[in-house]
Write a protein that binds this ligand. Structure first.
Ligand SMILES: [Zn+2]
Length: 287
């Protein structure tokens, strides 16, 4: 079908070619964005206006956490909370770099305090308690601060009797905090058990990728679990599973489409429809 498409997209020339045309290197940094999915070269402005979704192939590229909130919430409705909690280094952990130094440099590079942004806002005029992982901060790993923030998002929804929405994009527990990271799975799950009593919906949105301890706790405990197209979702990675069970995994294993077919998630929602679908869900299920 793509052969007949009249959409005008520019293909990047092969590596090292001298093809004339508006390729990124000729026009200055950042003016063009090359789609990692199909190689189409798109104006960065157009790319960002489409929330980092390729207009040619529909590839969903990573979207910074703040942009995601901007995309789904009513304009200027977001109030960020829990900004006072910052991670400590309870184990004095060090790998190739000290955990403390890693935090410091990541904070400087991303402008974020940790891998989660939490607060309250409205969607189509309805109040929601909302939080999103920031994959750009240490792979969205969940340490004690991220776990505390997720718990607060759920607790705030409990106190305010409003719907709760969490966007997950994470590699799982933060190994630098060891057991303190692992206990966040129980803590967030317990908060959700309490939230059940207020009979408001908890919508979990799984983004690419959602793995490890986050997938194994609150991300999969949503009343409604939705995912973006082709997101990698699972507990352990495919290579680890293949080595453990000594079997070849089926194609598309652990991707949204496969999980939907097997009944593990409720819906796949493309990014441009996300805001509308969330508004529908909280209006149908909220009170
Ligand atoms: Zn593309």
């Amino acid at each position: 079908m793509a052969w007949f498409s009249k959409r005008q997209t520019l293909k990047a020339p092969p590596e090292g070619s001298k093809a004339a045309g508006p390729v990124p290197a000729k026009k200055g940094e950042g003016l063009w964005t090359k789609c990692p999915g199909c190689g189409a070269v798109v104006y960065t402005e157009e790319w960002e206006a489409a929330w980092n979704v390729c207009p040619s192939c529909g590839h969903h590229d990573a979207l910074p956490a703040r942009r995601r909130l901007e995309m789904v919430l009513d304009p200027k409705s977001f109030e960020e909370l829990d900004t006072e909690i910052v991670p400590e280094d309870p184990l004095g952990f060090s790998d190739s770099k000290k955990y403390k130094d890693r935090l410091k440099s990541t904070r400087k590079a991303t402008g974020l305090r940790d891998a989660f942004i939490s607060g309250v806002g409205t969607i189509a005029g309805r109040p929601v308690s909302v939080g999103t992982f920031a994959f750009e901060f240490m792979g969205g790993s969940m340490g004690s601060v991220v776990g505390e923030k997720v718990t607060r998002v759920i607790d705030r929804a409990y106190e305010r009797r409003c719907p709760c929405i969490v966007f997950s994009s994470t590699g799982g527990a933060r190994m630098q905090e060891g057991i303190f990271s692992l206990m966040q799975m129980a803590k967030t799950s317990a908060a959700l058990a309490r939230f059940r009593h207020v009979r408001q919906p908890y919508v979990s949105v799984m983004l690419h990728p959602t793995t490890g301890g986050v997938a194994a706790s609150f991300a999969w405990l949503g009343d409604v679990v939705i995912a973006e197209p082709k997101a990698l979702i699972g507990f352990a990675g495919p290579r680890v599973i293949e080595q453990t069970i000594r079997e070849k995994l089926p194609p598309g294993f652990q991707r949204s489409e496969f999980l939907l077919e097997k009944g593990m998630i409720d819906a796949i929602v493309p990014r441009p429809e996300m805001r509308e679908r969330l508004a529908q869900l909280i209006s149908l299920l909220g009170s």
